[in-house]
Write a protein that binds this ligand. Sequence first.
Ligand code: GDP
Length: 197
Amino acid sequence: MKIKEAVFLVSNTDWQKCPAPDRPEYAFIGRSNVGKSSLINSLVRRKDLAKTSQTPGKTQLINHFSVDNSWYLVDLPGYGYAKLSKSEREKFEPMIFGYLENRPNLICTFVLVDIRHDPMSIDLEFMTQLTEAGVPFYLVFTKADKLSKSQVEPKVKKYRDGFLQFFSEMPKYFVTSSVDGVGRDEIAEAIGELNAD
Ligand code: GDP
């Protein structure tokens, strides 16, 4: 599937105010600074659709984009940002899980992890919560350009070994880089296939 056009629709803190669930949608989430905004921009080939920021965690909003008038891309706030105030943090979980558990059109969530890191408890906990909530997810390894080609596969294998200590199977995953566009066609393809189901 080729992505032609992505348009920003609306930002919300309340899932109930999100657009009517009249099309399939796909959410992107990960730890602050994991490269989510960059990946979304790379996926839809726009420099500035999702804001890439040097001050992670600033925006705590559910952002809806319409892609090719046929599906929604949802940019969820990054989690695990240490500098959030306690009250901001307390609002975060109900907002995210309110959204994740109440969108009948949410087909799949893409959980981003930095390819350089071993499985981190914050990500594993989040994915455990997703599993418990019955929300399907795929894994996206970001910033693959930070490793040499020969390092990528061993790193993914190491991640899988750690991941499988907590989960019974490895989800579908993508190795990506927003610097050189690696992996974006595969993600678009996967979304296209799910849309066709
Ligand atoms: P977000 O907080 O998850 O939305 O992360 P951003 O997309 O704002 O990226 C955080 C930082 O990582 C920025 O300095 C980006 O330039 C950098 N970054 C994001 N993706 C990549 C990537 O694929 N490769 C490299 N080398 N840097 C990246």
